[in-house]
Every structure is written in C-alpha cells, then in structure tokens.
Unconditional design. Sequence first.
Length: 269
Amino acid sequence: MTAAAASAAQGQRRIALGIEYDGTAYHGWQKQPHASSIQTELNRAIGAVANEAIECVGAGRTDAGVHATGQVAHFDTRAVRSRRSWLLGINSRLPADINVRWVTPVAADFHARFSARYRAYHYRLLNRPVRSALLRNRAWWVHAPLDAERMHSAAQVLVGQHDFSSFRASACQAHTPVRTLTAITIDRSGERIDLHCRADAFLHHMVRNLVGSLVRVGVGVEPPNWIAEVLAACDRRVAGPTAPAAGLTLTGAEYPEAMLSPSDIGSPE
C-alpha cells in the first residue's frame, strides 16, 4: 500500500499551503534538534490548529538565511477545518517573519517536493560603492562595478541539462549532479542586479555558487567563456565562491495543473 493510500485509509486529508518567510533568523527550512527552523515553526503552528502532531513537507529545503515568497508545503491531518480557518489559525500562531499566503486541500498523491516540475529562485545583488542598512539581509552588496549584460551572456551556457558538479556544495546529498536549467536571466535596474533562474531541481548551494562565479565575470576577473569551462570541468574547486545566503529567495514551485492549479490557491473559503 502506498503512503497516499495508507493516509486515505486512516481518514486523513492532505492540505497544501503557500508560504513566505524572511529566513534571516532561521537555520534553514529543515527541522533541526537544537536550532530554529521554518519547518519547526510551521509544524508547531499547524499542529495547534489541527490539535494533533503535524509534520509538513516543503518543496525546497532552503538554507540558513535564505528567504521565500513561493515555498509550497503539504501536511496530512484528520482535522476538518475550512480553508479560511486553516489560514487565519496558522498565521495567528506564527512569528511575524513567517506567513502562510494560501491553503487548499489536495489529492492524497500530491507531494510538495516530489510532485514539483520546476522550482524558481531569485538572487539580488546591490551594486554600489556603499552598503545598505535596509538591504543588508536581502541582497549581496558588491561595491566593484558589475557588468550585468556580460553576466547574462555568460550565464546562457548553463541553460539545458548538465552535470552541475562544479556548482555543487561538498555536503550535497543529491544522488546525481545532473539538473535541467530551463532559464536564467540577469538584468540591472539602477544599482540593483537581479538573477532569476528556473530548473527541475537544484543542488545544494547551486544558485549561490552560480552567482559567485558569475560575479567574477561581472567584475572582469574572468572572461564570459570561463563559465562554460567551469561547467565542463565538473569540479567545484575551479568555480567561484559561494554567494551569501541573504540575497537568495525561493520564488515558486510549479506543479501539474491537475494537482495544483492557480484556481486552487485563490481566496480562502
């Protein structure tokens, strides 16, 4: 019997929810025995509304200091609540830096992590001579001038299915380094540079390692074709540094419409 079938047999319902958070004060998404985490806070808040122990599962395991505007999670429960009751009840029990944006019931075979087709991230760079008091936890401040067009051009070689070992953290536990990056864009607006990327999945520190390497191209330390050489090397030691966590935000996860459609995450009932 599958886990979904077993859950249904026990009279449990599966609920999906969309979450945003400022990850500055947390040691990442994943529950940890002696450190604060987003998952721990959500389990506690949802459990209080459900009046039972809850274990939620997220679409992406964001690292310490990483933020989210489009994290998706699911949990199983025997409790019966309206979408509005779930939403208001959970949010009233969460700290101010974590917020649930929508709640909807889903089929028992929906899985926030394994059902996701794609995930999207945004990385923000602040490129100016002086640091920012307001963006210190939301962007990587780079004081040397960056050429965003040069970075964007260099990054296009990363699109497609590749072995991303050169951009993989040594602690990464993924079974394979092969990922399919469907899009990556880098553009400037004044003193702000934004990187957006979308892939079927990401390796541990993959986006931050990509940014660290692309910044070396942007400041002129490396030529644009260096990124292709780093990718082909499949060796983390030849790539650039890991960019700070503060600039990274998980912006969304995409699912088959039959599982989770835009209408499912509209206004609560």
